[in-house]
Every structure is written in C-alpha cells, then in structure tokens.
Design a protein around this ligand. Structure first.
Ligand code: NAG
Length: 416
C-alpha cells in the first residue's frame, strides 16, 4: 500500500522508475485497447470476453488545449497522469460550436481544421497512454455553443424558432446535428490515419451532455429525439458503444421512481424509457449533491448520493439489463472552500464503493468518472471542481486505490 507522500512524488516525478514502485503494470490488460473494441454483454462491459471495469475522469478542455502548439504538452501530461493512477477512461467534448474562443464548428457544416487536429491529437495521445475516450457530441447547455447555438443557426436560415428546446424538434436543427455527428464519426485522424468510427481507442459516443427538455416534462420530446439520433449514429458506426449523456432523472415511465430525484420532475428526461431505446448500449448518471440540494446538510446529501446510486444500479440490473457508468460526479474543491477536501474525498469514496460493491457481484455498476482533472498551469480553467493531483495527494490516493480495487477484480475474473 502506498502512502500519500509516494503518490505525490510519483505524480510530481512522472518517471518510469517511480511507476514501477506503484506495482501497476504498464501493460495492464484492462487499460490498453490493443485494437479491441469494448463491447457490452448483458449488464457488463466486456473486453475480449472479460468483464471491463472503468475508473476515469472528465477533462472537457483537451481538444482546445491540444489545438495550441504551446499548450498541447498539457494534454499529454494529463493523460499520462491518468494512466499512472490506473485510470482507463477519459470523457471529453467533441464539440465547440461557434464559441468565441475555440470553435470546432464555426457554422453548420464548416469546421476549424486546427481544432480538429487538436482532437486528433487527443485521441492519439490517449492511445499512447492506454486510456479510452468517451466523446460527447453536443452540449445541452450554452457553454461551447450547445442547443442554443444550433437554434440560432437555424433561425438565421429562416426557421421561426427561438427556444433552445426547439433543438429537439426543428427539422433543420436536427439536420445540422446529424451533419455534425457524421462529420465527427467519419473524420480520418490526421495523426493515426484511423477514421474515428473505426478507432477502438474511442470507447463510446455520447449524444448530448446532460439533456433536459423542460418545455416538455412529459418526456415525449426528448424520447423521440433520442430514438431518432441513436438510430442515426448506428447507421454510421456500429463498432462503438453509444450512451445518451443523461444525468439520471426519473420521469413518468415508472413514476414511483421520481421519489429518488433531487426534485420532483425529470426535467424532460426519463432514465428508464430513454435508456431502453434500441441502440443505447449503456446508462449514465451524474452526481452533484451540493448543487442539486444546496440547502441540505452534508449528511443528507450523502444519504441522497447513496440512494441515487443504488436506485440506478438496481434499475440497470433489473429493468434495463445494461451497464451503468457514473459519467460525472464532483464536489467543489479545496481551493474554493478550504474545509472541503475531506468532504470531497469522502464523496469520492462513497461513489467508488457504490461502484465496487456492484462490480464485485457482477452487477451493472461498472465504473465512474470524476469531474474534473486539471494539471498545473491551467488556472484559467479552475471551476471549483478541479482535481490537480499534485495539489491534493489525498484525492490522488483515493483515485489510485479505486483503480487497484477494480484491477484486482479483473484479475479475479480472469482466473475464474
Ligand atoms: C486515412 O488517412 C490515412 C493516412 O493519410 C490513409 O492512408 C487512409 O487511407 C485514410 N483512410 C480513409 C478511410 O480515408
């Protein structure tokens, strides 16, 4: 077992000598894609017939930093750190729609090659470090464009629409979105020479980050959109897994489940019916207790987290029969609130033990990705949730410990 100091030294040094002292083989079979697509078999992820568990992180900023020659080294460093702590999946954005600073899609169908090359670099560096990627295709929120930007583009072409939720129904907007999906999936990586849709280093596509459709809380609008878009993705790419990007809110399909929501309605989403759509390979949830229930005590928030995870694992086991990945969880970091490091580490442990408890029984709980990893020198990206491993070795240790536990589970399965 490693002490915090050793974790700190190894993060700081990032040298191969120190990696060896970690006892986590660089050729860890769980981590390197080795040209094999991860698949889903029942409620488990499988790699080459063996269960595949996930410990990873979010780093939405990779593409934009990778597009800057002076900054791209930071992408390599972040992915290297992830791999040193045994993490095997990174979730990031494959969108930036007419954002002021770093647009990928400058207008419908027009792309900034510099940004695309940045994304190429992210994929190629992930492969070098043995981590897989989940790439999200658009944002529900207006950061980096999102629904709102697509609706604006369509309005500029004469569509009489204005609400961001028109994203889900307007024909022209849907055409723009499909065009973007196709462009990303068929992109030929300028570094690896592998089209994205054929690249096993991509674990999954995500339709949209955190979809909500509050203008139709019946859930029908979002359900129809997911059905149409999941089918569309699969017509282009049947190699990769697909998930929606849901936060996990329960809707009316099994209305007694709404008791588990942080607030009453499902914000237009429905964890059950949305994830039952053909083509959706696994389910996702997000966890932000202090954002979702700001007036609750820490204890109540942690009770919520536990029941939120357990309810979704149970439904993934019993109703969906698909794996569940916690694609975002986090808590404001110690730099924003000096007293919170212990609380944050406790939240991480709570989430990790929920995942591990399910995984060790062969259940649907397959992994989790914290929000979000930064490295030194990215102060402008601090959002209060950032984990800079060298700043908070205790968190690095908690993360590393989860990798080890899931890894030992892999070995256990390999010998049974
Ligand atoms: C992708 O690019 C590589 C290298 O430029 C090339 O060899 C390969 O044929 C291309 N693949 C496709 C499908 O265009």
């Amino acid at each position: 077992m490693l002490g915090n100091l050793q974790i700190f030294l190894f993060i700081a040094a990032s040298s191969f000598t120190v990696i060896h002292s970690l006892n986590l083989p660089a050729t860890d079979p769980r981590r390197s894609a080795e040209g094999i697509f991860i698949k889903v078999n029942g409620k488990q992820f499988v790699k080459d017939g063996q269960p595949f568990y996930i410990n990873g992180l979010n780093a939405y900023w990779l593409m934009s930093k990778a597009s800057e020659p002076t900054e791209k080294e930071k992408v390599s460093t972040a992915l290297h750190q992830a791999s040193l702590l045994g993490m095997n999946v990174v979730r990031t954005w494959a969108f930036s729609d007419a954002d002021d600073y770093f647009p990928l899609q400058t207008s419908p169908g027009f792309y900034n090659e510099k940004m695309f090359k940045g994304l190429d670099f992210v994929i190629s560096e992930a492969k070098k470090n043995g981590v897989l990627l989940i790439l999200s295709l658009v944002n529900n929120h207006e950061d980096f464009g999102g629904k709102k930007q697509y609706v604006k583009w369509a309005r500029e072409k004469g569509q009489p629409i204005s609400s961001p939720d028109d994203f889900f129904t307007d024909d022209l907007v849907k055409r723009f979105y499909k065009q973007h999906v196709k462009r990303i999936l068929t992109r030929n990586n300028s570094i690896t020479g592998i089209p994205y849709k054929d690249d096993p280093n991509i674990l999954a596509w995500e339709l949209i980050n955190e979809p909500r459709c509050e203008s139709d809380i019946s859930g029908d609008t979002l359900q129809a959109w997911i059905e149409e878009m999941a089918a569309y993705v699969k017509t282009i790419d049947n190699n990769h897994l697909l998930e929606i990007g849901l936060e996990g809110f329960y809707g009316d399909s099994i209305s007694d489940r709404k008791q588990f929501n942080p607030w009453y309605d499902g914000a237009g989403a429905d964890f059950i019916s949305n994830n039952l759509v053909a083509g959706i390979d696994f389910a996702t949830i997000h966890i932000y207790p202090e954002q979702w229930m700001p007036s609750s005590t820490l204890l109540d928030q942690f009770v919520f987290v536990q029941s939120w995870i357990q309810a979704h694992i149970r439904d993934s086991n019993e109703i969906l029969g698909k794996p569940l990945l916690i694609t975002e969880f986090g808590r404001l970091s110690p730099n924003s609130y000096p007293v919170n490091l212990k609380e944050r580490d406790s939240l991480y442990k709570l989430v990790y033990s929920g995942v591990y408890g399910s995984a060790k029984e062969g259940g649907a709980g397959a992994g989790s990705l914290f929000w979000q990893l930064l490295i030194d020198g990215l102060d402008d990206l601090r959002d209060g949730y950032e984990v800079i491993l060298s700043e908070t070795p205790s968190t690095a240790f908690v993360v590393y410990h989860q990798s080890q536990k899931l890894f030992s589970l892999n070995k256990a399965h390999a010998f049974t």
